[in-house]
Design a binder for this molecule. Structure first.
Ligand code: DC
Length: 232
């Protein structure tokens, strides 16, 4: 992203893709498998959204969001999300936050601020980062980039099973409809549209288990790491 300092960080693996492709679970398991840190960038957009909801901001107003992100802190220690030091890990998963998060995602000021934090996170850390724009804009020099996707029907099925497991049953057709709307919005966004980086490996997880996806990615990364060691 323009204007951001270059990062002399650790190795970065980016995992981008649409909602419901299994990114979060795959990223968490992959980070564990490699012994690298995990950065869930969606959690950052959610934390900003929660802060905006609490402050009753008009989220259609860029200036209000811009002011907000200058006054809050969002930190991601292992397995937790802190907003101004408060653990909001569960609160940011509320349906209202999911719904309203598109305003933060559409805001240039929010994106700029979060990209700076994301790059700072990579300093000195080997990292698996997941989001929408990690390979395209935030870490264009990433060591390895993946774009994880699955058919929208399969993603809707997974989402609705997840919601049922959380005690919030939802009709698959309704989930599919809102997922298609969100995909269209994410892809059409003027800033940081959701699209694979030119050098990303597209992984279609339709019909694959999480284990199969994680094994494939971990093997690919280990191959790359040993190739790099051989050539250095
Ligand atoms: O992946 P998620 O559902 O937790 O993402 C929450 C919101 O943040 C969603 O509206 C997409 C947006 N997002 C984004 O625009 N860029 C990212 N790198 C990560 C998430």
């Amino acid at each position: 992203m323009k204007g951001l300092p270059e990062v002399s960080g650790g190795r970065v693996v980016t995992l981008d893709g649409p909602a419901g492709a299994g990114k979060s679970t795959v990223a968490r398991r992959l980070a564990l498998n490699l012994g690298w840190r995990l950065l869930d960038t969606g959690a950052m957009y959610r934390a900003v959204t929660l802060a905006a909801l609490r402050a009753s901001l008009d989220m259609t107003q860029e200036a209000e969001l811009a002011r907000l992100v200058e006054t809050i802190t969002v930190e991601l220690p292992p397995s937790r999300v802190l907003l101004n030091g408060e653990d909001v890990s569960s609160l940011i998963r509320a349906a209202e936050v999911t719904e309203q998060s598109r305003f933060a995602a559409d805001s240039p000021s929010v994106r700029r601020r979060l990209a700076t934090w994301q790059r700072a996170f990579a300093v000195g850390n080997d990292l698996v980062t997941e989001g929408r724009d990690q390979g395209t804009l935030v870490f264009p020099q990433a060591f390895r980039k993946y774009y994880l996707t699955a058919s929208d029907v399969e993603r809707a099925r997974r989402r609705s099973a997840e919601m049922a497991a959380r005690g919030e049953p939802a009709d698959v057709d309704d989930v599919l409809r809102s997922l298609r709307e969100r995909d269209a919005r994410d892809a059409a966004r003027a800033i940081a549209p959701m699209t694979p980086a030119a050098d990303a490996i597209i992984v279609d997880s339709t019909g694959l288990t999480i284990d199969q996806v994680v094994d494939f990615l971990a093997a690919d990364i280990r191959d790359r790491l040993s190739l790099r060691d051989l050539s250095s």
